[in-house]
Design a protein around this ligand. Structure first.
Ligand code: HEM
Length: 417
């Protein structure tokens, strides 16, 4: 059979459209061209865009796609760091991924849940005199404390706020232009050096860390060839835990927004069990945007659904759009936590944090951590705290990545229940 021509997003380079349309870029073209796969041009090269669970299954086939040369430099210089797991393939990736997944057991989830609860309480106890709290900014601080405690990274109280800001520079800057982007690069260098110093301290016996903690495990991890990671790489990977745990603050802002936008759903959460709390946060992860696309490159020539894919082509999978794809979701534009009652999950139909396998693919190592952090936060906001929501701007921009409501979700007059 002769391959058909792939549907084309006709015109010049679309880098500006990606910046302008943000999360909607692939979804808008899926609708206009009526296809889950199309070709376009981004950053001066041909790129293939994929959306929906069927295409996601293709994207996570590691015999056809690779990661080593897929991430743009601006993402590696800020969000990912150099030499991190996101850019590894095959054996090297499996070895590194096992290092991450070895941390993710039930005991760890219980500990993280307990820490989130404890630090939220502490935050609001100490904030009593403050009039207004931004949930987004507060969560950055609370989650940095949780992340450092869990990973064994010592955190000086006087530095907590400035470190929380520097860490958020890493995920607020990859898609930004100008000063904000350069701020992200500067914060990356500072944070890398901070953690590299700690890795050296552990190796030289200058600090004692519990053997179960990530700082210890990663400092002494051996790669597939039996060598210790160099200190730069170990630091990047430790930050690959601390940074995204801090970034769960983006979804805390969205939890705050959802509780405000959908008061009838909030009402159902009073005294709710973990399952109902989880439906709500799953719907937050599905409904609101966060990580727009995952990027890979075809590693070989192949044909799929009659279309030819040429080796070496940049390929983007639409994470946001797949979670709203009409083939997989009923009324995708409606916020409906109860859709998760008896819902059938596959590795590819709900992918806010990537799809496929945790152990053998690039699916987010911290998806369960994220769920525990969000569920505990939601429980705290609904069942432990009462607050008012002052007049503010709740809107967010679809080309602001990550999107956070403009006033960062402010609350005031809070009291413990
Ligand atoms: C804040 C919410 C989070 C979002 C939206 C998110 C999203 C993602 C996405 C989209 C990927 C890449 C998937 C792919 O390339 O196919 C990823 C990978 C990863 N995430 Fe997360 N993540 C979050 C939280 C976390 C947390 C809390 C941790 C750690 C505790 C974490 C650790 C990682 C790691 C280590 C990878 C690399 C996996 C690999 O390349 O094999 N993430 N995440």
């Amino acid at each position: 059979m002769v391959a058909q021509n792939m549907p084309k997003d006709e015109g010049f380079d679309r880098t500006l459209s990606v910046l302008k349309e943000g999360y909607g870029f692939i979804m808008n073209r899926r609708e206009a061209l009526n296809t889950d796969v199309f070709e376009t041009r981004i950053m001066g090269e041909k790129a293939i865009c994929l959306t929906g669970s069927e295409a996601a299954e293709l994207f996570y086939d590691d015999t056809r796609f690779r990661r080593r040369d897929a991430a743009p430099a601006r993402v590696k210089k800020t969000l990912f760091g150099e030499g991190g797991i996101q850019t590894l393939d095959q054996e090297a990736h499996r070895n590194r991924k096992a290092m991450f997944m070895s941390l993710m057991d039930d005991e760890a989830m219980d500990e993280i849940g307990m820490l989130v609860h404890q630090y939220w309480h502490l935050y609001f106890k100490e904030a009593e005199s403050l009039e207004t709290v931004s949930l987004y900014e507060a969560a950055k601080v609370v989650f940095l404390q949780v992340a450092c405690k869990w990973t064994g990274v010592p955190l000086d109280e006087s530095e907590t706020e400035s470190l929380a800001t520097q860490i958020s520079d890493l995920y607020e800057s990859p898609a930004a232009l100008g000063i904000q982007h350069w701020k992200g690069r500067r914060s990356r260098s500072k944070l890398d050096s901070w953690i590299e110093g700690l890795v050296e301290d552990v190796r030289e016996g200058r600090i004692e860390v519990d053997q179960g903690k990530a700082l210890y495990t990663f400092s002494w991890h051996r790669d597939e060839k039996g060598s210790l990671l160099d200190k730069e790489t170990a630091a990047v990977e430790i930050l690959n835990l601390i940074r995204p745990m801090n970034a769960v603050s983006v979804w805390v802002a969205m939890i705050g927004l959802a509780l405000h936008e959908f008061p009838e759903e909030k009402g159902k959460l009073k005294g709710a069990d973990d399952i109902e709390l989880e439906w709500f946060i799953q719907e937050v992860r599905r409904y609101y945007p966060f990580f727009p696309f995952a990027a890979a490159r075809t590693d070989t020539d192949f044909e799929w659904q009659g279309y030819f894919f040429e080796a070496g082509t940049l390929t983007l999978l639409d994470l946001y759009g797949t979670n709203r794809h009409p083939s997989d979701w009923v009324e995708p534009d409606t916020f409906m936590p109860e859709r998760f009652r008896g819902w059938h999950q596959t590795p590819f139909n709900f992918i806010p944090q990537g799809g496929g396998s945790y152990d053998f693919g690039h699916r987010c190592a911290g998806e369960f951590v994220t769920i525990v952090m969000m569920r505990t936060t939601l429980d705290f906001l609904v069942n432990d705290l009462e607050y008012d929501v002052p007049e503010q701007d709740f809107s967010f921009e679809f080309n602001d990545i990550p999107a956070v409501p403009n006033d960062k979700v402010k609350i005031n007059n809070f009291r413990f229940l």
